[in-house]
Write a protein that binds this ligand. Structure first.
Ligand code: DGL
Length: 262
């Protein structure tokens, strides 16, 4: 299947619904494009699985997208990016590929010297790619990586706002919050969907909450443009969603997220 046709959709993949937060930014950047989004909810979560398994699952999804025909790929999952993006670029050298990673660089660059907390899946934090990122940008900053097993599940289940979420933050985040905490980096693409709830939980507008989705969308646009594959102007594009979960429920939840956040 050729992938240099400007009329093909852009492929997006994630372990489930989280990558829709990146897709939303991409639609804002490139409204004329068509998108093919694949959520691997049947195999979620990725973030508590071994690296080799995450890589294999990611490749399975990418092959499905390639078979359908895509002109570019967004690995809209921090965990999958860490496990597979380097080798995907080697195996698909013609395809523009971007992978999201935790927004540590912008957090450190705008730091006023306070604490930066990165929330991500246990596997994202354990991966070499993440450790390299921290090493490159951390400098003297007080940067703390907090693994959040079980947090993406709230979003997969459509729970963006519940007392159980507060209990989760009490247990997994509160112990690390200090008076000088200045930024929380959402290092998993599911988390932006619970950003409003986190904001309410924190009761502190002084803490910035950031993620890598808009930077990733801009980078995707840049890469497509570079290859002459960017559609400019024209009609509004369409979004097609697929999910490995055999029921209709995940697709319906995805549709609700798009309706609410796009
Ligand atoms: N959305 C994914 C990420 O950005 C991972 C969630 C998971 O499957 O554990 O890391």
């Amino acid at each position: 299947m050729r992938n240099d046709d400007v009329n093909l959709p852009i492929g997006f993949m994630d372990s489930g619904l989280g990558g829709l937060s990146v897709l939303i930014e991409a639609v804002h950047e490139m409204p004329s494009e068509d998108y093919l989004y694949y959520g691997d909810s049947a195999n979620a979560p990725y973030g508590t699985k071994p690296q080799e398994e995450i890589k294999r699952l990611t490749y399975d999804v990418v092959r499905k997208l390639m078979d359908k025909g895509i002109k570019g790929l967004a690995v809209a999952c921090n965990t999958a990016t860490g496990a597979a993006v380097r080798s995907l670029r080697e195996d698909y050298p013609e395809l523009p590929i971007v992978g999201i990673e935790p927004a540590i660089k912008p957090a450190v660059e705008s730091s006023r010297g306070g604490r930066i907390i990165v929330l991500a899946t246990p596997m994202t934090i354990a991966q070499e790619k993440y450790k390299d990122l921290v090493k490159r940008f951390k400098g003297e900053t007080d940067l703390l990586s907090v693994p959040c097993p079980g947090l993406m599940e709230f979003v997969e289940e459509g729970d963006l706002d519940s007392p159980e979420l507060d209990q989760y933050f009490e247990k997994h985040l509160k112990p690390y919050l200090t008076a000088d905490t200045e930024t929380i980096v959402l290092g998993c693409t599911h988390y932006p969907f619970i950003k409003e709830h986190l904001r309410a939980y924190l009761k502190n507008d002084g803490i910035r909450i950031i993620d890598g989705s808009s930077g990733t969308a801009r980078e995707l646009k840049r890469r497509l443009k570079e290859k002459g594959l960017l559609k400019e102007g024209g009609h509004k594009g369409k979004i097609t969603m697929e999910n490995s979960d055999p029921g209709k429920e995940m697709l319906e939840r995805g549709r609700i997220l798009l309706e609410r956040f796009l």
